[in-house]
Design a binder for this molecule. Structure first.
Ligand code: HPA
Length: 243
């Protein structure tokens, strides 16, 4: 049985070394996940892969069924999830092409189904979220990166925005004052839902662009896709090393 799952984000809709052995469409009490779960072998191990934005990258960040995705992975028996995602860089060393393993998160999203513990569950549960990411899994990723010679930044506060639009320059200034180093649209509620179901979760954030107001002029999706190719290659090597 697979122990690891990878949730792929923008620029990471498939993994070239993944030999898919089965695809399973699953239903959950919260609806259908973004795509059928892809079961396969990667780096000699069984894993499950799920493209967060759907098979043809059609689901925008605010319409992803995060609950169905995490529930489906829990039901399939995985214990550890690495969530891949494209981000904008705010901190000076978070330049396009870099990869970071965030250690903290600030949630600016709204209106998303963000918990399994609503009234239907019949009890009130408040999970601890002091350290939102699994420290053991973060340490494995960082150690695997060092072992495989894959350059990465071993910390970072991820600011999760609602999207799908990018931010204004002043919103990024405010986020920087709050302590954010990176900005992305899918970090929440994914990591909190994984914690609610007691799954180990770490994120691998690939910097695609300078955040709004930090680079020269407007941000284009073409620019984002171009630097994602470089960053995602690093991410693939890191995943091979950790798995
Ligand atoms: N902002 C939010 N999400 C992103 C960005 C950004 O600049 N780049 C890639 N995903």
């Amino acid at each position: 049985m697979a122990e690891f799952a990878i949730i792929g984000g923008s620029g990471f809709g498939q993994i070239k070394e993944l030999e898919i052995t089965a695809q399973k469409t699953v239903q959950t009490p919260f609806g259908e996940p973004s795509a059928p779960l892809a079961f396969g072998r990667f780096g000699g191990k069984e894993i499950i892969f799920l493209p967060r934005h759907g098979e043809g990258h059609t689901i925008p960040p605010h319409q992803i069924n995060y609950r169905a995705n995490i529930w489906a992975l829990k039901e399939s028996g995985v214990k550890k999830i690495v969530g891949m995602g494209a981000v904008g860089g705010i901190r000076r060393d978070m330049a396009p092409g870099c990869m970071a393993i965030p250690h903290q998160i600030i949630d600016y999203t709204w209106g998303r189904e963000h918990t399994f513990f609503d009234r239907q569950q019949g009890r009130v549960v408040h999970i601890d979220f002091t350290d939102p990411y699994c420290e053991a899994l973060r340490a494995s990723l960082i150690e695997a990166g060092q072992r495989a010679g894959v350059e990465l930044i071993s910390d970072g506060t991820y600011g999760a925005t609602q999207g799908p639009r990018l931010e204004s320059a002043m919103e990024i200034n405010r986020m920087e004052r709050d302590g954010c180093d990176l900005v992305g649209m899918t970090g929440m509620p994914e990591v909190a839902l994984a914690r609610e179901l007691e799954l180990s979760y770490a994120a691998c954030a690939v910097v695609a662009n300078w955040a709004a107001g930090r680079g020269d002029g407007p941000i284009t999706w073409d620019e984002i896709e171009a630097s994602l190719d470089e960053g995602m290659e690093k991410a693939r090597q890191l995943l091979l090393a950790v798995i």
